[in-house]
Design a protein around this ligand. Structure first.
Ligand code: NAI
Length: 349
């Protein structure tokens, strides 16, 4: 396992490895950058094929949080954690409490929350051993499941991209392919269906597919076909790295706007999309609604307007990023990165 010369290391401030013999916990907590404030980012519980894969994932995700928090205008740094193993097999409240102790040892340098494989009830167990946790269902300032706020942000960002690409404010009749009908994907489909879009839905879970087809009057699409299905918009809401040198030539959409973290396999994929004339809304900007929701809890604020104001600011930032990219004829990914870097550099000074 390579750490400091790992291709994904990218100047991380700290990387912690946590082990607990009693529960079998194996976790990695990565803190990338705290110039804007203490780090915050979710905990992913995933059955990685190897420890190298887990390390690469946590490093990529935690760096992504630095840029996400920066572009969302939050005074939070970037961090993320992963727990290695199949959550369906090894996840117990005791293991989550052991994870909480590992978070607690960092003394507030990192605050955790939900990500794939971890839900609100797991975070309740984590709370028993650390105060540095958010996304809780109960207690002072509890913000609960961040997914509805994430989905609202995706919906707003998607509409911005549609306005730019198709010159229209509404989504009526637009064909939108949604990959992943989990927490965020489902809420997103609800918004899109209400707005009159024609949905094409795809999930590896056959039950969710059936429910989505009936509830949203959607067209089902096999998971292996969703990257080549003809539509106006593609909304990736499952896992990362779906946009790459192999998939981009086959895409038959004009816009990509979805929730998944790390949608690009590599930065060059942003340019590949741009060269094909596909408008890509940077994932770390458009999916920041969840961390905005969680950050209210971290800030100890109860007022829901606090979230609404930041969501409006995010929407405005995304509109500005898309407009600037259009004017410069570059991928919005580069403009969003520049936007975040400016905030980070100012904070660093
Ligand atoms: P989830 O685990 O609830 O949903 C993921 C869905 O994708 C599941 O229904 C799963 O069956 C499906 N899926 C997995 N592989 C698939 C494939 N190959 N084809 C089609 N469907 C597939 O996760 P959640 O919370 O909805 O998050 C979705 C994505 O958005 C993740 O990448 C997550 O990191 C990201 N995200 C989530 C946020 C949140 O607030 N929940 C915030 C920011 C990003």
């Amino acid at each position: 396992m390579r750490i400091f010369d790992n291709p994904h290391f990218e100047a991380h401030e700290t990387v912690n490895f946590a082990f607990d013999a009693q529960t079998g916990l194996r976790a990695i907590i990565a803190v990338h950058d705290t110039r804007l404030g203490p780090a915050a980012g979710g905990c992913r519980f995933w059955n990685y094929d190897s420890e190298d894969e887990a390390l690469a994932d946590v490093l990529r995700l935690s760096r992504g949080m630095t840029y996400k928090n920066a572009v969302a205008g939050l005074d939070l740094g970037g961090g993320k954690s992963v727990i290695i193993g199949d959550p369906k097999v090894i996840k117990t409240p005791d293991l989550m409490r052991a994870f909480g102790r590992a978070v607690d040892r960092l003394g507030g340098h990192y605050t955790t929350a939900e990500d794939v494989g971890v839900d609100v009830s797991d975070m309740e167990a984590v709370r028993e051993t650390t105060a540095h946790v958010a996304g809780l269902a109960r207690g002072a300032h509890a913000s609960g499941d961040p997914s509805p706020v994430t989905a609202k942000g995706i919906f707003d960002g998607l509409r911005r991209a549609v306005a730019l690409r198709f010159g229209r404010e509404d989504l009526a009749g637009l064909r939108i392919a949604v990959q992943g009908l989990g927490h965020v994907g489902w809420y997103l489909c609800t918004h899109l269906h209400e707005a009159g879009a024609k949905l094409i839905v795809s999930d590896i879970d056959a039950g969710r597919m059936r429910r989505a087809v009936s509830e949203f009057d959607a067209t089902p699409c096999a998971p292996e076909d969703v990257l080549t299905v003809e539509a106006d918009v593609f909304a990736p809401c499952a896992l990362g790295a779906v946009l790459n040198a192999r998939s981009i030539p086959g895409l038959r959409v004009a816009v990509v706007a979805g929730a998944a973290n790390n949608q690009l396999e590599e930065v060059a994929d942003a340019d590949r999309l741009h060269a094909r004339g596909i408008l890509y809304v940077p994932d770390f900007a458009i999916n920041a609604g969840g961390i905005i929701s969680v950050s209210r809890e971290i800030a100890g604020v109860d007022d829901p307007d606090w979230v609404t104001a930041r969501m409006s600011q995010l929407d405005a930032n995304i509109a500005a990023i898309l407009a600037e990219a259009e004017a410069e004829q570059v991928s919005p990914h580069h403009v969003a990165m520049r936007f975040a870097e400016r905030r980070l550099e100012a904070a660093g000074r």
